[in-house]
Design a protein around this ligand. Structure first.
Ligand code: HDD
Length: 705
């Protein structure tokens, strides 16, 4: 008997299917279920009848292997995770654009820097370094600041940190420094913390890390928000122009909203109250239209400058102070869109230091050279194969053509016969000697050696310069951080060795730390390859407080309210906060909200237990007399007030809140940072004062650290 063949052409087939298909809100095609809603299908497109029960032999019988839907669903779930990044596992990203201010053609032929006003799409991922993917945001740690700019000449990845120097001078030491800071391998703790023996053991045996340690022990390591951090390319790179002239360049990102950090005692509490504090902050800012912005600034210099500068420009443990070589703003980065899907974009984005467009080149910094190997290698492991560049977040946004093919999960496959060149059909893409990437023809010579140059040998002078450039509160915080961290070190000889390094940086700092650790006598200064220079000028640009924004824009006021809160004062605060482009949250005894004195009901963002004052930059205590009476019974309400005071925050208060302040133990030590709000007219002055951000003068009396 002849087999029946289908008479339906592909076109007919499409028409038949179209009757059952439906385009969803995101433009995706759906099959319809009986109620007209998009139908659940398997990954193969097979319609699913029951997603609640596995296929069984009888209602109480064994599961059947016939259940391909169950097997596919569980198989896919079992494979949902990819390896987390070996460092910088916890991160958060956003889309945006880079806008060039002026043509830099004299310095670089990089296309993105040629035309003033031109915007180029960008993606940024911020991260902590040591913690795993599920760790908390306010770890004392370096923050990653990785930027991918999708230029017309391919992707440029500037994979930087919020600190301009690094722990080590040579990439071969990277696994060691990272192993030492990660949880100790036998016990797998502590998580996301440097306060343990292994880390300080390695550091105290590695004098080149001392400059970085000063930064990591400073408030830079506990930023208030990603939006208030600087970013640095760290290494010296090269700009190369159309005629192959090279200029050395160091990259800096300067936040438009100024720098700000939190206090350590605050960071510890934020981690409990909101482990996603930094993520939430970025999400809320972008979703509410307050797009964070950074200026890209460069320090440009030539070989003559490099030859006369005090330190080797190839040494990644050194900076060039801005006071010696000013930074030049060359463009701005604006983040204006959150990813649609965290995994697809933020988790799968692959940054690689070797991604540079024509016109940007490397220096011989040995850390950078090692990184240029490591990043491609790690993406292969993490993303599972060589086609990670096919993922939309990693693919260039300019046209690209080559003969790479096949491999796991290839999404773009060549069409046609030719997959090599040269070929006899004159087909396919070809090289462009003029427009293509030309490496800067630096002339190099020398013997093959494993040697650290002598010019890298001064490990203490810039560490000292950083310390002496800080304001008194910042110096106190560095000392307190060292004391805290070393107090967690169980092996006395490591504590002593560390303090012996501090002796080479600043003796007062060293003795403060040694004294607090209970040393009977101070250790000798560590043997130093080179003596510490005392003549380096302080660099005010290194201080966060000196660089503070002096305004409250982008910050958040927490308003503690109750039923009967004075409506006029509350509304005046809202108006002024909005005027300052700042944010606010209402904290109430119940999440259901409160009724103000004028009878209007307002919603609460947090109930008092969920909105401790550590989540805010300043607070206003606005409960009515009756509300205060109720709050007096709540430990969380007392902590709200006491913490705000101890963390040196500005506090506005109405008279009816005084009993609460009494209970919190602050009523007898009011200072200029605790401001009475008698009436709505007092509000503008209060909000203006918030621009100072913290009352650091209060710190010694509250013994914050
Ligand atoms: Fe690195 C990730 C920054 C030294 C090897 N690094 C990574 C990320 C940032 C940095 C921001 C996260 C990127 C993302 O968000 O996906 N790393 C730095 C800076 C360094 C540095 C500023 C010194 C100046 N790194 C460094 C060295 C090596 C690596 C010396 C290895 C020799 N880094 C890696 C890595 C990672 C990484 C293992 C882990 C995940 C990834 O690359 O994509 O390859």
């Amino acid at each position: 008997m002849a087999k029946k063949t289908s008479k339906i052409s592909p076109a007919d087939n499409a028409t038949i299917h179209d009757q059952k298909l439906h385009r969803g809100a995101g433009g995706e095609l759906h099959q319809f279920a009986e109620d007209g809603k998009p139908m659940l299908t398997t990954a193969q497109g097979g319609p699913v009848s029951d997603d609640q029960n596995t296929l069984r032999l009888g209602a109480r019988g064994p599961a059947l292997i016939d259940d391909f839907h169950f097997r596919e669903k569980i198989f896919h779930f079992d494979h949902e995770r990819i390896p987390e990044r070996v460092v910088h596992a916890r991160g958060y990203g956003a889309h945006g654009y880079f806008e060039t201010y002026e043509s830099l053609a004299a310095y670089t032929r990089a296309d993105l820097f040629q035309r003033p006003g031109e915007k180029t799409p960008a993606f940024v991922r911020f991260s902590t370094v040591a913690g795993s993917k599920g760790s908390f945001d306010l770890a004392r740690d370096v923050r990653g600041f990785a930027v991918k700019i999708y230029t017309q000449q391919g992707n440029w990845d500037l994979v930087g940190n919020n600190i301009p120097v690094f722990f080590i001078q040579d990439a071969i030491k990277f696994p060691d420094v990272i192993h030492s800071v990660k949880p100790e391998p036998d016990k797998e703790f502590p998580q996301a913390q440097s306060a343990h023996d292994n880390f300080w053991d390695f550091i105290s045996l590695t004098p080149e890390s001392m400059h970085m340690i000063m930064w990591v022990m400073s408030d830079r390591a506990i930023p208030r928000s990603f939006r208030f951090m600087e970013g640095f390319g760290v290494h010296t790179f090269r700009f190369v122009n159309a005629t192959d002239d090279s200029t050395f360049v160091k990259f800096h990102w300067k936040p438009k909203l100024g720098l700000q950090s939190v206090a350590w005692n605050e960071a510890v509490k934020i981690n409990g109250a909101d482990p996603d504090f930094h993520r939430r902050d970025l999400w809320q800012a972008i979703q509410s239209g307050n797009f964070p912005e950074w200026e890209l600034c460069v320090q440009l210099f030539d070989q003559d400058f490099a030859d006369t500068f005090d330190f080797d420009i190839l040494d990644p443990t050194k900076i060039i102070p801005e006071e010696i070589l000013p930074v030049k703003p060359i463009g701005r980065l604006v983040l204006d869109r959150m990813p649609d899907n965290f995994f697809a974009e933020t988790e799968q984005v692959a940054f690689m230091t070797q991604n540079v467009p024509p016109g940007i080149d490397f220096s011989n910094d040995p850390l950078l050279q090692g990184r240029n190997f490591s990043y491609l290698d790690t993406q292969l492991k993490r993303l599972g194969g060589p086609n990670f560049t096919h993922l939309p977040i990693n693919a260039p946004k300019c046209p690209f053509h080559n003969f790479q093919q096949d491999g796991h999960m290839a999404m773009r496959n060549p069409v046609g016969r030719v997959n090599y060149q040269p070929n006899s059909w004159n087909e396919g893409p070809r090289e462009s000697p003029v427009q293509g990437y030309r490496h800067f023809p630096a002339e190099e010579q020398g013997a093959k050696v494993r040697l650290r140059p002598e010019s890298f040998a001064d490990h203490y002078s810039q560490a000292r310069q950083f310390y002496v450039s800080q304001t008194p509160p910042e110096q106190r915080h560095i000392a307190a951080a060292l004391i805290f961290e070393l107090s967690k070190v169980e092996t006395p000889v490591i504590r002593e060795r560390m303090v012996s390094h501090l002796m080479n940086i600043d003796e007062t700092l060293a003795s403060k730390v040694g004294h607090a650790l209970g040393f009977k006598s101070m250790p000798k200064p560590a043997d130093a390859a080179m003596p510490t220079r005392q003549d380096l000028e302080p660099s005010p640009a290194l201080s966060i407080i000196e660089r503070g924004p002096k305004r409250f824009e982008g910050r958040k006021l927490g308003m503690l309210v109750s039923d009967g809160t004075d409506a006029a004062i509350f509304k005046a605060l809202l108006a002024e906060i909005t005027e300052q482009k700042a944010a606010f949250e209402v904290i109430a005894p119940k999440i259901g909200g409160v009724t103000l004195s004028d009878g209007n009901w307002i919603e609460a963002h947090q109930m008092i237990d969920g909105g401790p004052s550590v989540l805010y930059d300043a607070v206003a205590l606005l409960p009515s007399a009756e509300g205060t009476g109720d709050l007096l019974k709540e430990a969380t309400a007392r902590d709200f007030v006491a913490d705000a005071f101890v963390h040196c925050k500005f506090i506005g208060y109405v008279e009816t809140a005084l009993p609460l302040m009494q209970k919190a133990g602050i009523a007898d030590s009011l200072d200029e940072g605790v401001i009475a709000l008698g009436a709505a007219k007092d509000v503008p002055a209060f909000i203006k004062t918030l621009g100072k951000l913290r009352v650091w003068g209060r710190e010694p009396s509250v013994k914050l650290n």
